[in-house]
Design a protein around this ligand. Structure first.
Ligand code: ARG
Length: 401
């Protein structure tokens, strides 16, 4: 029987050419797998037809938008995950859901190998292959760009020679990856890290310098997950979409960073994640009133480690699973409403309320009715500073200063 390979297919030039390229290089039949994670653009049907037109023997297409929002974006929100303090893991969280579908398709169509269009320099190859190794240990991996010398120029020449139903003239200088959680742009002119991004780079966000009137929004959460916007019930996917639209119109969620890739390269990235950044901001502010201090401090460390693991392609790892259990436990009381104003590139919280809040007005107030006994503070401070005081006494004795 002819060997079969499932290919992660985007519908773009490189993966369209990869269908025939892999076929010629390996003699295998190629099955194209297209997964909708909210990247927008062409319909799954159009993409399926193109895959078949480019020589795929089968095309597997999946609308994974709710799955992605519920099982990948929501855990990221609960973790307030920002890699290196900036990046809400847009591409990093889409790879594991695509991997799930690749492995499922490989089983359905009896494939032995999984192929993807990544280069050998990025994080995405790692995320795909580590995920595939974990979910389908018997499956092999191949990356035509990296392993079969499929360069851009050769891809264009191949498409023209074979008359593939794909545009070869449209030149986009950037490498773009997008889904409902956000959008990543890299390469080209951005590789000079002193160059400011030009306007044409952005798609999810409008210029924050000339914003429309301020937009006040109330987001309701239930156990860490958004459940309503301005009182209207929403699914996680709808919450992200609605905030992409409203926060995007105000230029919220533009990120320009140089980040540390897993492969040891520092790289310039432009991200746009209006919905994700508005949601993370709101969620964090709700945690501020509903999570106890020590749990909150520890959770910040856990969230940072979680972001690193996910960035580094360890979505399916045991440590990530254990951290998920901790984070999930912290979300029990993260319920309530956050009111925020979206305007001029910023999402600023100006009100919060929760039935499960730890904010105690009577303890906090400086007005009459205060229930906090200030006389307890003196003794507390005396003991809190005791060990440093003892140590400084020793220092004075030994060094004379
Ligand atoms: N640097 C980001 C990451 O590693 C974005 C990668 C975007 N991928 C792409 N093919 N343009 O998560």
């Amino acid at each position: 029987m002819t060997e079969r390979i499932v290919l992660a297919y985007s519908g773009g030039l490189d993966t369209s050419v990869a269908i025939g390229w892999i076929g010629e290089a390996t003699g295998a039949e190629v099955i194209a797998v297209a997964v909708d994670v909210g990247q927008g653009g062409e319909s799954l049907e159009t993409i399926r037809q193109r895959a078949l037109g480019c020589g795929a023997v089968e095309a597997y297409v999946a609308d994974a938008r709710d799955e992605f929002a519920n099982e990948y974006a929501m855990p990221t929100l609960k973790a307030n995950a920002l890699y290196q303090g900036h990046y809400p893991l847009v591409s990093a969280i889409s790879r594991p859901v695509i991997v799930k579908h690749l492995v499922k398709a490989a089983r359905e169509f009896g494939a032995t190998t999984v192929a993807h269009g990544c280069t050998g320099k990025g994080n995405d190859q790692v995320r795909f292959e580590v995920g595939i190794q974990t979910l389908g240990p018997d499956l092999k991996c191949i990356a035509p760009v990296r392993d079969l010398a499929l360069t851009r120029d050769k891809a264009i020449a191949f498409a023209e020679e074979k008359g593939l139903p794909i545009e070869t003239t449209k030149k986009n200088p950037y490498s773009i990856d997008q889904n409902v959680w956000g959008r990543a742009v890299e390469t080209g002119y951005l590789e000079d890290i002193w160059n400011a991004p030009t306007k044409d780079i952005y798609d999810y966000t409008a210029t924050p310098e000339f914003p429309p009137a301020p937009d006040e929004v109330t987001i309701s959460f239930q156990a860490g997950v958004p459940v309503a916007i301005d009182g209207v019930k929403v699914t996680p996917l709808q919450a992200i979409q609605e905030l992409n639209r409203r926060a995007g119109a105000q230029g919220v969620g533009r990120i320009d960073v140089v980040e540390d890739r897993l492969v040891g390269i520092k790289s310039r990235e432009i991200y746009e994640a209006p919905g994700a950044m508005a949601l993370i901001t709101a969620h964090k502010h709700l945690e501020d009133i509903t999570i106890e201090r020590e749990q909150a401090r520890f959770k910040a460390t856990v969230g940072q480690r979680w972001a690193e693991l996910v960035y580094d392609g360890q979505w399916f790892s045991p440590l990530k699973r254990s951290l998920d259990a901790f984070i999930e436990d912290t979300q029990q009381y993260v319920s309530g409403d956050i009111r925020m104003v979206l305007h001029g590139g910023q999402a600023i919280v100006n009100g919060r309320r929760s039935e499960t809040s730890l904010y105690d007005f009577d303890l906090a107030t400086y007005d009459t009715g205060d229930t906090f006994d200030q006389s307890m503070a003196r003794g507390f401070i005396e003991l809190w500073g005791m060990s440093s005081k003892v140590a400084s006494g020793r220092d004075l004795r030994v060094t004379g200063e």
